[in-house]
Write a new protein. Structure first.
Lengths: 481, 95
C-alpha cells in the first residue's frame, strides 16, 4: 500500500496506461489514505455514495484528485469555506472539475480553505483551520491550504486550488510542494466561486513539476462558458530540460533584505547559486512599482469581492436568516450571520474604495498602479527569461500568530501579488528548509519563478531542471514518498 | 483615517449589520489598512491607462443561439424558500 502512495501522479498514470497498476486498487488506496485526515484538510470526501454520481468518472486512468471547495461540483457540497453556503449543493459542475472527470481523474474530496479564498493562513475558514503537516501548531498557508496540506500530508496524490494574490503559491511553499498559478485566462473560471474576477485563476498543487505539467495540460483550454478564457496554444508537454544554460534569471533590485527572514534568504541565495551551477545566468532587474503591489491589490481585490459577494442575499441559494422581517432586514441578517470577520472586512474595504468621493483616489489609482506593475515585468522580460523571488517572506507561521493583525497577514503576499496583478504565470517549488525566525524544527522554503504571459511551457521546463538540481526530498514526519 | 459614521454608512451600503464590537474593531482595522493603502493615492500617475483586465481580449462573441440552461425545478432546488415555481423573499415593506 505504502508503495502505491509513494508514486507521483505521473508515475501512477504511466503505470496505469502500461497496465502495471490497477486503477481501482490505486484509487482505493488513496480513498483510504484520505479517510485518515487528521489535518482538517477535507470538508467532504467521496465515500462512493449517490451524491457524487454527477462527477463520477467513466474510466479512471489518472490519479484521483483533491479539489478546493471553491469549485462547484454538481450534487456535492460546495461551501467555499463559508457558513453562508453551508449545505449548498450546486446544480452544475465547474469546467475545471469537468475536465478532470473527462480525463479520468476521480474527485477524492473537497478541501478546506479560507472563506471565499480570502486569507493567507486558512484560519478564515468557517470550518476551522487546516493544520500544517510539517508542524500541526502552524498554518498551512492559504487560501488553498487544504489542497496544499493533503498533497504534503500524504492524503492525496495531487490537488487543484485557486490563486488570486498568492493562494496557490504561498501554501505550496509553506507545505513543501509545487504550486503553479497559470497565466490569467489559461484555465476556465466557469463554476469557480468568484472572489476577485480579474485576478482569480485555477492551478495545480503537486509533488513535482512534472505532475503540475500533466495537470495543467488537462485543465487548460478556452471555454465558451468563460469569455475571459484563452487556453494555452499548443497545450502542455511534460518537461524534460536538464540544465539552464542560455537562460537568464532576473532578481528584482528592489528586493530589500528587510522584507524576509534570514532563513528564507539563505535558501534563496543558495538556489541562485544552484541556477548558476546548472548553467543559468543571474541578472538584476528593476520592478520599481512592485512595492505598491500590496496597496493596489488590497484595493482591487476587495472592490471586486464586494461586488461579487453581493449575490449572497438569502434568496436563491445558501442560508437565510431573519426571514420574518422585511427584505432589507433579511438581507442584513443573512449576510451578517453568514460571513466571517475577514470577509466582512474585505466587503467593507471594497465598498469604501468604490464609494463616491473615494473611487478615484483608491480604485482608479490602484488600476493605474496595476498598469505600471505589468509594464515593469514587460521591461524586465526584455532582458531576462524569468523573474525570481522567494515565494513568501517567512516559513509557515504559528496558528494565531497573525490572526489579530490583518495588515501583517496581507504583507505576507508581498512577493506573490505583483505577478497576480500583471496576470503572468508563476510557480513555487520547494527549494530547501530553514528554521523559523523564533526557532524550532526546520520547515520548507519556496522559490518563486515568474515568466511572461502564456510562457508556461518554458516556465515548467526551467522549473523542472531546477527541481532536479535541488533534489528536494524532505517530507513531513510520518509521510512516505 | 476612517470614522465611526463612515463605517456605519459603508456597512449600510454593503447590507451588513455590524454589532457594536464589530464597528469598533472595524474602525481600527480599516484605518490601519487604509493608512498603508493610502501610499498609492498620492502617486503621480497622470496619463497612465488604468488596467481592468490583463489579457488583450476584445468583443468575445458567440453565435446567437440558445444554450443549455437549468430546468426551473433544479434552479429552485437550492433556494431557502421556493414557492409556486419562484423564489420567495420577504416583502420590501414591513407589514
Amino acid at each position: 500500500m505504502t508503495d502505491l502512495l509513494a508514486l507521483t501522479a505521473l508515475e501512477a498514470h504511466e503505470a496505469m496506461v502500461a497496465g502495471d497498476l490497477g486503477a481501482a486498487e490505486y484509487s482505493a488506496a488513496w480513498r483510504e489514505a484520505a479517510a485518515a485526515d487528521e489535518l482538517n484538510a477535507y470538508l467532504w470526501r467521496d465515500e462512493g455514495g449517490e451524491e457524487s454520481k454527477a462527477i463520477a468518472v467513466e474510466r479512471d486512468c489518472i490519479a484521483p484528485i483533491a479539489v478546493k471547495d471553491i469549485f462547484c461540483t454538481e450534487g456535492v457540497p460546495t461551501t467555499a469555506g463559508s457558513r453562508i453556503l453551508e449545505g449548498y449543493r450546486p446544480p452544475y459542475t465547474s469546467t475545471a472539475v469537468q475536465k478532470l472527470v473527462e480525463a479520468g481523474a476521480p474527485v477524492l474530496g473537497k478541501t478546506n480553505m479560507d472563506e471565499f479564498a480570502m486569507g493567507s493562513s486558512n484560519e478564515n475558514s468557517a470550518y476551522g483551520p487546516v493544520l500544517n503537516p510539517w508542524d500541526r501548531g502552524r498554518v498551512p498557508g492559504g487560501s488553498s491550504g487544504g489542497s496544499a496540506a493533503v498533497v504534503a500530508g500524504g492524503l492525496a496524490p495531487w490537488a487543484i486550488g485557486t490563486d488570486t494574490g498568492g493562494s496557490i503559491r504561498q501554501p505550496a511553499a509553506f507545505c513543501g510542494i509545487v504550486g503553479l498559478k497559470p497565466t490569467y485566462g489559461a484555465i476556465s473560471r466557469y463554476g469557480m466561486i468568484a472572489f476577485a474576477s480579474s485576478l482569480d485563476q485555477c492551478g495545480p498543487l503537486t509533488r513535482t513539476v512534472s505532475d503540475a505539467a500533466l495537470l495543467l495540460g488537462i485543465l487548460q483550454g478556452r471555454d465558451p462558458l468563460d469569455s475571459t478564457s484563452v487556453g494555452l496554444e499548443g497545450g502542455v508537454s511534460l518537461p524534460d530540460r536538464e540544465d539552464l544554460s542560455g537562460l537568464r534569471f532576473g532578481v528584482p533590485a528592489e528586493l530589500g533584505h528587510d522584507e524576509y527572514d534570514s532563513g528564507v534568504r539563505a535558501v534563496f541565495e543558495q538556489t541562485l547559486k544552484r541556477i548558476e551551477a546548472l548553467g543559468g545566468e543571474i541578472a538584476e532587474v528593476s520592478l520599481p512599482s512592485s512595492e505598491h503591489g500590496i496597496s493596489a491589490y488590497y484595493v482591487i481585490a476587495p472592490a471586486e469581492a464586494s461586488s461579487n459577494l453581493a449575490r449572497y442575499d438569502g434568496v436563491r441559494y445558501g442560508m437565510r436568516a431573519g426571514g420574518d422581517g422585511d427584505l432589507i432586514e433579511m438581507y442584513e441578517t443573512t449576510r451578517s450571520q453568514g460571513f466571517g470577520p475577514e470577509v466582512k472586512r474585505r466587503i467593507m474595504l471594497g465598498t469604501y474604495a468604490l464609494s463616491s468621493g473615494y473611487y478615484e483616489a483608491y480604485y482608479g489609482q490602484a488600476q493605474k498602479v496595476r498598469t505600471r506593475i505589468a509594464e515593469d515585468f514587460k521591461n524586465a522580460f526584455g532582458t531576462v527569461d524569468f523573474v525570481v523571488t522567494p515565494t513568501a517572506p517567512s516559513v509557515a507561521f504559528e496558528l494565531g500568530e497573525k490572526s489579530d493583525d490583518p495588515l501583517a497577514m496581507y504583507l505576507n503576499d508581498f512577493f506573490t501579488v505583483p505577478m497576480s496583478l500583471a496576470g503572468i504565470p508563476a510557480i513555487s517549488i520547494p527549494a530547501g528548509i530553514a528554521e523559523p525566525e523564533g526557532g524550532g524544527p526546520q520547515l520548507p522554503v519556496g522559490f518563486q519563478i515568474a515568466a511572461p504571459a502564456f510562457a508556461e511551457q518554458r516556465l515548467l521546463d526551467a522549473a523542472y531542471a531546477l527541481e532536479q538540481g535541488i533534489g528536494f526530498d524532505a517530507r513531513p514526519g510520518g509521510v512516505d514518498g | 483615517m476612517i470614522e465611526r459614521e463612515q463605517v456605519l454608512h459603508v456597512a449600510k451600503l454593503a447590507r451588513l449589520r455590524l454589532t457594536e464590537d464589530e464597528v469598533e474593531t472595524m474602525v481600527g482595522e480599516l484605518s490601519g489598512i487604509l493608512e498603508h493603502v493610502d501610499r498609492i493615492s498620492n502617486l503621480e500617475l497622470e496619463g497612465v491607462e488604468p488596467t481592468s483586465h490583463v489579457v488583450a481580449l476584445e468583443n468575445v462573441l458567440r453565435a446567437d443561439v440558445a444554450w443549455r440552461s437549468l430546468p426551473r425545478d433544479v434552479a429552485l432546488a437550492q433556494a431557502p424558500e421556493p414557492q409556486d415555481g419562484a423564489f420567495r423573499a420577504p416583502s420590501p415593506q414591513a407589514e
